[in-house]
Write a new protein. Structure first.
Length: 343
């Protein structure tokens, strides 16, 4: 069994997507573990990590999501395990999660130092499991260069089999390769691949929104797979909205109060992926019936329009098991842009 530890230099670099894409591209039986869970969800009176739940479902793994992580909180881990006990526990979980698999993916925290105080940062985990370490770096071109330089100067990689860096979400790959990559190459850090930014990866579905907002679906349940590409706050008059460019775009999400039947009906005219109804106010029955006929989801929430819009704006578009298009895209991106012979 090959053990591959995937770390990242900063939050939201795309580690999970890289793992999903690599597993699909490599066509090997894969196991998964995430020693320090940091994306916590509470489900059926149990605490587990979102990524662990995703992988167990996506890959039909036998392990329970909560058993894929050693812990979720620094304080509890600090008093439960010393360094030796942490290493022993890591190896125990890795043996279980990787048993009978060709490759075990071990996902690190949101940044390289996450979990360092409890011996669960990506570098420490790679040492403990004698695994290959890959670091994912993303951001603007200049920030990527800074991050790679920081890895070179500030990260102690002694005793680690460091495979190299995967550069992710690059907006202009050709410019990056000609302007920044030569200087990065001089640092002596292997570059395993450079993946372009894809706007589709930042889109989420109405079903994803419904789950994260704990909303009530009052119409259009069959359209929960609709993707959201633009967000419109329906607080203006309908006339102003119709003159507003975002309101006339495809794949838009409209957020408006339930007493704005005029705005909801205007949104149902076309190009709308779904509507969030705020203030816990139900639209009139004819409006709900129209949305049902057109299979456009209406999600009812209790918060006001401003707070709901803020919640949606702050949401991270995480991968879900019901994202076949994204999974296929990730596989293609990995095949075309990463040197898979290294794995």
């Amino acid at each position: 069994m090959k053990t591959l530890v995937i770390g990242s230099s900063s939050k939201s670099s795309g580690k999970t997507g890289i793992i999903v894409g690599m597993a699909a591209a490599l066509r090997k039986t894969a196991g998964y573990m995430k020693p320090f869970g940091d994306r916590l969800i509470y489900h059926k009176k149990r605490l587990w990590d979102y990524d662990s739940a995703l992988m167990t479902s996506l890959w039909n793994l036998q392990e329970n999501p909560e058993d894929i992580s050693i812990g979720f909180q620094h304080a509890k881990l600090k008093y439960k395990y010393d360094e030796a006990a942490t290493v022993e526990k890591l190896r125990e979980v890795a043996s279980r999660c990787g048993g009978g698999k060709e490759i075990l993916f071990v996902e690190g925290g949101p940044y390289l130092d996450y979990g360092l105080s409890v011996h669960l940062d990506a570098v420490s985990v790679a040492k403990a499991l004698d695994g290959d370490l890959v670091i994912v770096v993303s951001g603007s071109e200049g920030i990527i260069a800074d991050e790679v330089m920081s890895i070179k100067k500030n990260t102690d990689l002694k005793g680690v089999r460091f495979k190299g860096v995967i550069i992710n979400k690059v907006h202009d790959p050709e410019d990056f390769k000609s302007t920044y990559l030569p200087d990065i190459a001089k640092l002596g850090i292997p570059i395993l691949g450079t993946l372009p930014h894809k706007s589709e990866m930042a889109h989420f579905t109405m079903g994803y929104l419904a789950d994260l907002l704990f909303s009530k679906i009052i119409a259009g349940e069959g359209g929960l797979g609709n993707e959201v590409g633009h967000i419109v706050i329906g607080a203006m008059s309908v006339g102003s909205a119709l003159r507003n460019t975002p309101f006339n775009k495809e794949k838009k999400l409209v957020i408006t109060s339930g007493d704005r039947n005029d705005m909801i009906l205007a949104a149902l005219e076309g190009g709308t992926s779904g509507i969030i109804i705020t203030n816990n106010i139900l639209p009139t029955p004819d409006v709900i019936a129209r949305a049902s006929q057109q299979n456009i989801p209406l999600l009812l929430v209790s918060n006001d329009t401003f707070l709901t819009a803020k919640q949606v704006d702050e949401m991270e578009p995480l991968l879900t098991k019901n994202d076949p298009k994204k999974i296929a895209l990730l596989s293609t991106l990995v095949k075309e842009n990463i040197d898979l012979s290294q794995f």
